[in-house]
Design a protein around this ligand. Structure first.
Ligand SMILES: Nc1ncnc2c1ncn2[C@@H]1O[C@H](COP(=O)(O)OP(=O)(O)OP(=O)(O)O)[C@@H](O)[C@H]1O
Ligand SMILES: [Mg+2]
Length: 477
């Protein structure tokens, strides 16, 4: 509109002042005497006139676009929950099955202020009651449908100085979307999914596993190394992009049953807040199903293949004389390696893959080759350091006069954290529990030293594999 055609501020004010006064009057008597339609019409006209002279600009973000939920509204809802301050007088509180914490959201008509760089903005949640009888006008069929589904129509009003229009639309709203996504990831309940034929079960089950790095009994040096590695991975987006590497990390967890391999997987998932995809290779028919499953993994997830040594008879891809290698009717090692090295490297991001095994010596060397799995973690028998963690978890004690004796016995017997935990659980009284554990350890030391002597008499020397773990004793009897 040309400037010279605009009315002067004085002349407009002289018109709108009485109008505003009548609007106030109208509002005060409207509920009884003035039809709603007229009331709304006058208010909106006045609002437009005031807005014309205001430096304020407002963006309206409605909750729904047609029948789908507006993602920007959803993002604002989450984002604003972090902006509730002492000046806020009313909030809403709730929790769904998908969340692990109570969520706070802004209540209607509550103003929430935010700043971003040099921007100052104001948010307000507007809620209008829907009358199911509303007809006519463009999109009325949708409104009617919405009305039958909801009793109110909600929208956020985002107001700021109009000179910042471009910055709000680009930078600020991007910041809101990004922050809300991060909050959502942080607060979502972790899901565990299993494969059904060539598809992941879409609903998943809430993991709710209480294992964390705080209560995992593991040598503290190793535990810190794992945590640091996960931290580097989590914050490594820029590093992986700069170096041209896929943003993924592979861990091989090996050790006897009951040493905490599955517990470590749960602790990792809880630490990163990643969903777990638990893949049983025996359930996968062939390489193309495997590929489909692996390509449909979501980002920020952990793929776990337990007992990789015995879950499938994986064929070595270099094995020339085995015709199974090239056949597409089964899952092969090459199919899996193609994913780790090839396709997986370029699809999706922030992925972790974990193999677990009780028998690392049975694994194909192709899986153990340096660079394939980034970290090989030995989950060993219970050390004294791990025992102290278990004693704290189960009995709440940090010290006991019998600890020195227990330390000595643990060095002489191979006992898993699961076995120690089982003993500690027998009584809640630390005295009873610790003394029960002592007799159990003494018994095990005696039992194992007898077995050891017998085994030494009948076995060949135990060879060491590349990872320094002893290969099982092969009896020659
Ligand atoms: N390192 C540990 N720290 C704390 N608890 C442990 C640890 N290891 C084992 N446990 C206890 O023993 C139980 C079994 O452990 P877990 O399933 O993690 O062992 P695993 O190594 O995965 O065994 P498997 O090889 O049979 O799968 C756990 O539920 C936990 O209660
Ligand atoms: Mg396990």
């Amino acid at each position: 509109m040309a400037l010279q055609n605009m009315p002067s501020a004085r002349s407009v004010l002289s018109v709108i002042a009485p109008l505003a006064a009548s609007a106030v009057l109208l509002r005060s008597i409207s509920s009884d005497f003035v039809p709603d339609e007229l009331n709304t019409y006058v208010s909106s006209k006045l609002y437009k006139i005031f807005k014309y002279f205001s430096s304020e600009f407002t963006i309206v973000i409605e909750e729904f676009r047609g029948l789908s939920r507006n993602q920007v509204f959803e993002a604002a809802d989450i984002y604003l929950s972090t902006k509730v301050t002492s000046s806020t007088t009313r909030v809403k509180l709730g929790m769904t099955e998908k969340e692990k914490n109570v969520a706070i959201t802004v209540d209607k008509n509550e103003e929430v202020f935010d700043s971003f760089e040099d921007l100052q903005v104001k948010w307000k949640l507007i809620s209008t009651e829907v009358k199911s009888s509303s007809h006519g006008g463009p999109g009325s069929h949708l409104r009617d449908l919405n009305a039958t589904l909801r009793s109110e129509v909600r929208s956020y009003e985002l107001s700021f100085h109009k000179k910042h229009r471009a910055k709000v639309v680009t930078a600020y709203l991007a910041h809101v979307l990004e922050t809300s996504k991060a909050i959502k990831e942080e607060t979502k309940a972790i899901k565990i999914r299993t494969a059904e034929y060539d598809n992941w079960d879409s609903e998943g089950t809430n993991l709710d596993h209480p294992m964390t790095f705080k209560n995992l009994a593991l040598d503290s040096k190793l535990k810190n190394e794992i945590i640091e590695d996960l931290e580097r991975f989590k914050n490594g987006k820029e590093f992986y992009r700069r170096t041209g590497r896929a943003w993924k990390r592979g861990y091989l967890l090996y050790g006897p049953p009951g040493t905490g391999k599955s517990s470590l997987v749960a602790a990792m998932a809880n630490y990163l807040n990643f969903d777990i995809y638990d893949l049983d290779l025996t359930e996968v028919t062939n390489n193309s199903d495997l590929r489909r499953l692996l390509l449909s993994l979501s980002s920020r997830s952990i793929l776990v293949i337990e007992d990789i040594d015995c879950s499938i008879k994986l064929q070595n891809r270099n094995s020339k004389d085995d015709p199974e290698v090239t056949k597409e009717d089964k899952v092969t090692l090459s199919g899996l390696l193609n994913f780790i090295d090839g396709l997986w490297s370029c699809c999706g991001e922030e992925r972790i893959i974990i193999f677990t095994t009780n028998h690392v010596e049975k694994l194909d060397p192709a899986l153990l080759r340096p660079g394939r799995m980034d970290m090989h973690i030995l989950m060993s028998y219970c050390t004294f350091s791990a025992f102290k963690q278990l004693a704290f978890n189960y009995l709440g004690i940090l010290q006991h006069p019998c600890f020195t004796q227990i330390e000595d016995l643990l060095q002489r017997a191979d006992l898993t954290p699961a076995e120690i935990a089982g003993e500690l659980m027998k009584s809640t009284d630390p005295e009873v529990s610790i003394h029960g554990l002592l007799s159990f350890l003494e018994h095990k030391v005696a039992e194992q030293s007898t077995t050891k002597t017998e085994a030494e008499a009948c076995s060949v020397q135990k060879p060491l594999n590349g990872l320094g773990q002893q290969i099982e004793c092969q009896s020659i009897l």
